[in-house]
Design a protein around this ligand. Structure first.
Ligand SMILES: Cc1cc2nc3c(=O)[nH]c(=O)nc-3n(C[C@H](O)[C@H](O)[C@H](O)COP(=O)(O)OP(=O)(O)OC[C@H]3O[C@@H](n4cnc5c(N)ncnc54)[C@H](O)[C@@H]3O)c2cc1C
Length: 458
């Protein structure tokens, strides 16, 4: 039997995971990536090797802009304040369970990554503690057990139930707080009316009710490890090679054009934003309603913050805090966010000696992510919540940058919106990444879509 040839457009975390899994399955894999490095939106940037313009260009390709900075970005770069820092494109945390999935699938090659883990904390009146304490867990045990044992049929039944309804029914005491906060953080949507109860519980189960994770040296480690695996096992990754066109004949994908050259493949898999599919593929090969639906899909957004501090209370290192800002006037009225000190641990290697990187984000809609006045409110909310944990943080601030993103998740996963299937109406053309129907959001969705793809291909 001849080896089937697969082409993957894009070396984001979804494209790389698919590449590694399909190589394992016996396919010949070529990945074309338009940038000069792998990782896509899950990329980490060594800040000292970037100018003001090159940093902004990377962010812009990841649907992100710098909304604020202290001092001005030009000044930070000019004074070499970024020296020794590694920043992800934006705030990044990995949901529990996904690393174990990759480790069990790719085995030995995935054991070298050091992953730091945090349970979720909150700032109480005079101290910080777990968001869900052992006593809280005991009181919620019957619901937790029910959730872990619930089958897909139960989840499907809950898919059309908005979180607002679930909170009205079950939201008492701590359970109310958990139901108001976790679904927002899971979906990166503030408006509880749009969040599907089934989807939240499914994701919680998939995340095995664990906290959050972050790899040593930044999220790039994940992409680099997958890329190494692909190359070691005979796959090819072509960077600086944008795909110009997907070739389709008789409703079947046959290959791609890169640098005006035709490359034929048995399967074409697109890891790009699905809204951009029709910049590569002619619409005439797809049902008109599919084209309209795809073009109209919206992402999710957030305002992130990176704070570089010169002093920190050692008790904070490694902890992740969650918060909710009430009546802040965004879509959904309240906005949820996180402030993370895993990245401040010196062992993560993200900041120069004696300096500490704190990353944070607050959820907003894609539209709010480009509205100056809303962004100002969100910035104040982030700063206020950091000040609740470190009241005098400003006295120890070396610099701060606030990237805002309007495609955090490529496509929002809500009751009012359905993500497209991995299989397209065109034969042998598939979609993967965080835009498509797969469990979880963000990185979890991108990785889970690749796991689902491997079952769809023969
Ligand atoms: C600021 C920010 C914060 C985030 N925070 C979190 C978080 O805390 N937790 C979480 O789980 N997720 C988070 N996410 C989302 C997460 O980064 C993405 O879900 C994930 O990286 C998407 O991976 P992907 O493979 O689907 O797509 P991408 O990473 O977008 O990869 C697509 C790739 O395709 C390439 N490409 C595009 N067009 C072409 C072409 N024509 N030819 C060749 N290559 C092409 C792109 O360059 C890119 O490398 C965040 C995202 C952002 C931007």
């Amino acid at each position: 039997m001849t080896t089937k040839r697969v082409c993957i457009i894009g070396a984001g975390i979804g494209g790389l995971t698919a590449g590694a899994l399909l190589i394992q399955k016996g396919y010949s894999v070529d990945i074309f990536e338009r940038e000069d490095t792998v990782g896509g939106r899950a990329r980490s940037i060594q800040m000292s090797s970037h100018t003001h313009d090159s940093y902004k260009a990377i962010l812009s390709n990841s649907f992100t802009h710098i909304a604020f900075s202290e001092p001005a970005l030009e000044e930070i770069v000019r004074q070499k304040m970024f020296e020794g820092y590694t920043l992800d494109v934006g705030f990044h945390m990995i949901g529990g369970g996904i690393i174990e999935k990759l480790r069990s699938t790719l085995q030995d090659d995935f054991t070298d990554i050091t992953i730091y883990h945090s349970r979720l904390h909150e700032q109480k009146n005079s101290h910080f503690g777990y968001f869900v304490t052992t006593a809280d867990k005991l009181s919620m045990i019957p619901n937790i057990v029910r959730l872990l044992l619930a089958g897909e049929k139960t989840m499907k039944g809950l898919d059309a139930i908005p979180m607002t309804e679930t909170i009205q029914k079950y939201g008492k005491g701590k359970m109310k707080e958990v139901l108001e906060l976790n679904p927002r953080l899971i979906s990166t949507i503030n408006n509880l009316e749009y969040i599907s109860t089934g989807e939240v519980f499914r994701t919680q189960r998939d995340m095995r009710l664990r906290g959050v994770f972050y790899p040593q040296h930044g999220l790039q480690m994940l992409s680099d490890t997958l890329a190494e695996y692909i190359k070691k096992h005979g796959g090819r990754i072509h960077v600086k090679s944008p795909v110009e066109k997907i070739l389709i004949r008789n409703k079947r994908a046959e290959g791609v054009i890169v640098a005006k050259t035709t490359h034929l493949f048995d399967y074409v898999i697109s890891n790009t934003l699905v809204q951009q599919l029709f910049t590569l593929a002619d619409t005439e090969h797809f049902p008109p309603e599919y084209v309209t639906m795809m073009k109209a899909l919206q992402g999710t957004g957030s305002l992130c913050a990176y704070y570089a501090l010169t002093t920190i209370d050692p008790r904070l290192l490694g902890k992740t805090f969650i918060f909710i800002e009430r009546d802040i006037g965004v879509d959904g009225n309240d906005a949820a966010g996180m402030i993370d000190f895993i990245s401040a641990k010196p062992e993560t290697g993200l900041s120069p000696p004696e300096h500490y990187l704190v990353q944070a984000y607050i959820i907003c809609t894609p539209r709010e992510a480009v509205e100056k006045e809303t962004l100002k409110k969100l910035k104040h909310a982030l700063d206020r919540n950091l000040a609740r944990i470190i009241p005098d943080y400003h006295a120890h601030l070396q610099w701060a940058v606030y990237p805002a993103v309007w495609h955090l998740d490529g496509v929002e996963k809500t009751i009012r919106n359905t993500k497209p299937d991995i299989q397209t109406p065109v034969d042998n053309l598939y979609l993967i990444g965080d835009c498509v129907k797969a469990s979880g959001i963000g990185i979890n969705c991108a990785i889970n879509s690749a796991l689902a793809l491997q079952d769809l291909l023969p």
